[in-house]
Design a protein around this ligand. Structure first.
Ligand code: ADP
Length: 491
């Protein structure tokens, strides 16, 4: 039991296993389990999308929008950490959330404005007063703003600290100026110090300005986003808040992602039974229509967007094929990348297998079956795929940026140290040289390769350490808010 168990509300637009499009869902679904294990009272809140099963009905309550009142319908489901139950509150409103898909609707501002207001509105109704609200990305970044404006004088809300975690600064929630009305705010909020951002309203910025503390998902990315190269035009503001900006690397759920027990993969294995991993490769090759055999098998599980360095891969494609490798790709995203890979598959059907779509079961089979995992990202806040690969003894080949730089150490053949391969410049030459190096080691030095797999599997990217760092940050945010409150009361 911790000295003082905290009451923490985690707010996110996606939480695995209920709704997932990327890494945020994994984090929002697994960090709470680690916090609960430490003895904290942690609860989660997310929208009730159409795809989520009905939970237990709790209460209906009014949520004030600009010129009308919407109803929030609160339901509850749960996650488990061992035998500990973690309540997951689902905020339902048919008009906003009963749709096919999660994001990318024309009324995003209204949907997530509703979600943020409904989060604060539900608290008195469930009779639970969190010490801290942990907001994640732009979809829940209005909570600190609403707390410090609408509820600024309300003793019930005043003591709640806030942390905003940025999982990807590229997605900020930008909307026209008129959105201020929707938020119930006057023109005095349309200033560079508050919500104005190049003539628009920026939800992520609202969180960065009003949260007690800000964090992002690796130490390297926390530094990078303070530069103009990676700062997505928010670097100036982030530098201004540098004292309050932290980096905590994500963990992954070591119970879910465990090659010894994973039900999705063909053959379970562990460090002690590493030879059994081969069976996963053979079966994956068969299932994906590739000739089974010893060719180095590169895996990719990725959103197909510029961020992930897909243009670098397409730039070296023929050279990759000349190396005699096989590539299994699972991904979905931009049309032009989908088309590109479909064409490459037609041309090299004996070496390339592709599944376009979202398929968590196949993802696990790739993590377990591939020899190497390719992730040459242009930028990468943390990256979970390389962490999952490590856990399955699949050697990551990554660009040294953001969380990839923090988690992957370039292999040193002389010392036998390192857990993957990495390169720095965002250039095709650097990528192909690195793949060549990896393939040569794989083909010519089986003992060294085995050492590398062992090193990868021995890494610990479970939540243990990072969850403790989050608790320290929660405590700091709570204290910082209380100190400001006392100062204001004394003044
Ligand atoms: P990002 O959040 O930028 O997409 P991360 O590496 O942080 O990238 O997390 C991606 C998560 O989503 C991983 O768990 C990965 O396995 C999963 N994922 C990505 N694309 C797919 C897909 N097409 N099918 C199944 N899972 C996917």
């Amino acid at each position: 039991m911790p000295k003082k168990p905290l009451k923490i509300l985690i707010a996110a637009a996606e939480v695995a296993p209920f709704a997932k499009t990327g890494g945020l869902a994994d984090v929002a679904g697994s960090l709470p389990k680690a916090l609960a294990k430490m003895g904290h009272d942690v609860r989660i809140v997310m929208p009730k999308y159409k795809q989520i099963m009905e939970g237990d009905y709790l209460v209906d309550y009014p949520v004030e929008m600009d010129h009308h009142v919407e109803s929030g319908i609160l339901k509850k489901t749960r996650l488990y950490s061992g035998t500990t139950e973690i309540p997951v509150y689902l905020i339902d409103n048919h008009q906003y959330f009963y749709r096919d898909g999660i994001y990318c609707f024309p009324d995003e501002a209204e949907r997530f404005n509703f979600f943020n207001k409904a989060i604060l509105g539900m608290l008195p109704r469930i009779g639970w007063q969190p010490h801290l609200i942990h907001c994640n990305d732009w979809q829940s970044a209005l909570v600190p703003l609403i707390l410090r404006t609408k509820h600024a004088d309300d003793p019930y809300y005043q003591t709640m600290g806030t942390l905003l975690t940025i999982h990807n600064l590229q997605y900020q929630g930008l909307f026209p100026r008129q959105t201020l009305t929707l938020l119930g705010l006057g023109d005095e909020y349309f200033t560079p110090e508050r919500l104005e951002f190049y003539g628009q309203i920026n939800f992520m910025k609202a969180g960065i300005v009003y949260a007690d503390l800000i964090s992002t998902v690796s130490k390297q990315y926390a530094l990078e986003i303070q530069t103009s190269e990676y700062g997505e035009r928010l670097d100036g503001l982030l530098r201004k808040r540098a004292q309050d900006l932290y980096g905590i690397v994500n963990g992954i759920d070591y119970e879910e992602y465990n090659p010894e027990t994973d039900k999705h993969i063909y053959q379970n294995y562990s460090l002690e039974t590493l030879d059994r991993k081969k069976e996963n490769k053979l079966r994956l090759q068969q299932d994906m229509g590739l000739p089974p055999g010893p060719a180095p098998l590169l895996g990719m599980v990725s959103r197909l967007v510029d961020q992930k360095g897909i243009d670098l891969i397409s730039g070296i494609f023929e050279q990759l094929m000349d190396l005699g490798i096989q590539l299994v790709l699972l991904g979905s995203g931009d049309d032009h990348y989908q088309k590109l890979f479909a064409e490459l598959k037609m041309k090299h059907h004996n070496q390339v297998a592709i599944y376009l779509g979202f398929n968590p079961d196949l993802a696990q089979k790739i993590y377990a079956g591939a020899d190497m995992f390719l992730m040459p990202s242009r930028f990468e806040p943390c990256g979970l795929s390389q962490l999952i690969s490590l856990r399955y003894g699949t050697v990551p080949i990554v660009r040294e940026v953001g969380g990839l730089a923090d988690t992957i150490e370039n292999y040193d053949e002389v010392k036998g140290k390192g857990n993957g391969f990495s390169f720095k410049p965002y250039e095709t030459g650097a990528l192909i040289d690195t793949v060549r190096r990896a393939v040569a080691l794989y083909q010519n030095q089986p003992n060294q390769w085995r050492q590398l797999m062992v090193n990868a599997m021995k890494c610990d990217f479970s939540w243990n350490k990072s969850a403790q760092e989050y608790v320290m940050l929660y405590e700091k945010a709570i204290h910082q808010n209380l100190a400001t409150l006392y100062r204001m009361k004394e003044a």
